[in-house]
Design a protein around this ligand. Structure first.
Ligand SMILES: N[C@@H](CCC(=O)N[C@@H](CS)C(=O)NCC(=O)O)C(=O)O
Length: 362
């Protein structure tokens, strides 16, 4: 059986588990220890990140998006991507926005509020610090400091940007609530990659962490119900049709991801091209400063562009007006010239993987 190394509070482990459960691919969950996270996993996968998967044949993988693509090739039915290539492309966009843009509000809500950060520091250091011989309060303090430093203070969350960071979450709740009042999953009667991608931030962080969790329960109970509906979904019993075309109630989410995530990917790509290790960006009128430039996120933009260019002409003719009117097309293609030069792109999720942030202080 394959082994999934991760934590029960982890964003990307939650995303992968939601996928494996829906597809009914059996796995053994292995709670990640500190030693595995800092030594074994980087040795086996090239990146200090979770989840990591060990296959029965001894091969290792990491990075949920290429892993899901690989699992889809092994277990094609039912596919997690819609048959309609336009819908499939939108799923890829939503997955990327969920993976990369919603990371900041998820980390901010977890590590900026003591109610969340005390609880999570305890959960993480109890799990990962088991074999470290030091007083519990020191391990918890170290965990809290490490996470806040790397993923809040060094990721552009300041008194000036905080309202906007939180707004990304609050707006998302409103947009999703409107959809889940009408149908059970983003695109119809069964989950697609868009649901799986959104499970990253929405499950282990926004639904389960105390501060965003109460906001979800009180203001968007339809979203809370969806989180557990996806967790409970199984391909053999959660069948049903997808909507046809692109539903109108998805358009606000597409506009939002164009204005936030795609603009952020462009600012990152330009900084990467210029060789700047850190950069700023203005998103929906809010100026963010001093964000780590990420080679991984240049690759994200490159992949989205490649998926767009792979669409056949008829699909593009139908989809382009939607991409135009939601403001996606321009930022999607604006900097097609920037290359990530990610050497392992072709062999992902195997081989030497690329972490999202190259510089993490332990
Ligand atoms: N692109 C990766 C991202 C994985 C990732 O960033 N995981 C987080 C935890 S949910 C992590 O391990 N971050 C590194 C750290 O905390 O030092 C994926 O999709 O799996």
């Amino acid at each position: 059986m394959l082994k999934v190394y991760g934590l029960k509070v982890s964003y990307f482990t939650g995303k992968l588990e939601a996928y494996l459960r829906y597809k009914e691919i059996p796995y053994e969950f292995c709670p990640m220890t500190g030693r595995e996270f800092m030594r074994t996993i980087p040795e086996k996968t090239g990146a200090m990140q979770m989840p990591a998967v060990e296959l029965p044949d001894g091969r290792w993988m990491t990075d949920t998006s290429p892993m899901i693509d690989w699992f889809e090739a092994q277990h094609p039915n039912p596919p997690i991507l819609p048959d309609d290539p336009a819908q499939a492309f939108l799923c890829r966009l939503i997955e990327d926005y969920a993976d990369e843009w919603l990371w900041r509000p998820a980390m901010h809500y977890r590590w900026s509020y003591p109610l969340s950060s005390k609880l999570l520091a305890r959960q993480i250091s109890d799990a990962m610090g088991r074999e470290i011989n030091a007083p519990g309060f020191l391990k918890r303090r170290r965990t809290e400091k490490r996470q806040k430093h790397n993923f809040v203070d060094r990721d552009g969350v300041t008194p000036e940007t905080r309202t906007h960071v939180e707004g990304s979450y609050l707006k998302l709740l409103d947009m999703l609530e409107a959809i889940f009042q009408v149908r059970p999953f983003l695109l119809g009667e069964r989950p697609t990659l868009a649901d799986i991608g959104l499970m990253g931030p929405l499950f282990r962080h926004f639904a389960m962490d105390p501060v965003p969790g109460i906001l979800m329960r009180e203001n968007a109970s339809g979203v809370m119900a969806w989180v557990y509906r996806v967790w409970n979904a199984r391909a053999s019993r959660t069948g049903g049709d997808l909507v046809s075309g692109i539903p109108d109630d998805l358009l606000p989410l597409l506009r939002e991801l164009a204005q936030t995530h795609l603009e952020a990917l462009n600012a990152n790509a330009l900084a990467w091209q210029a060789g700047d290790a850190r950069h700023g960006m203005t998103i929906q009128g809010t100026a963010y400063r001093d964000i780590q430039t990420s080679q991984y996120r240049v690759w994200c933009l490159e992949k989205l562009q490649a998926h767009y260019h792979a669409l056949d002409e008829a699909t593009r003719t139908g989809l382009d007006p939607v991409l135009q009117s939601t403001g996606i097309l321009d930022p999607l293609l604006r900097h097609s010239e920037v290359e990530s030069k990610y050497a392992n792109a072709e062999s992902a999720p195997f081989g030497k993987s690329l972490p999202v942030f190259a510089e993490i202080r332990n």
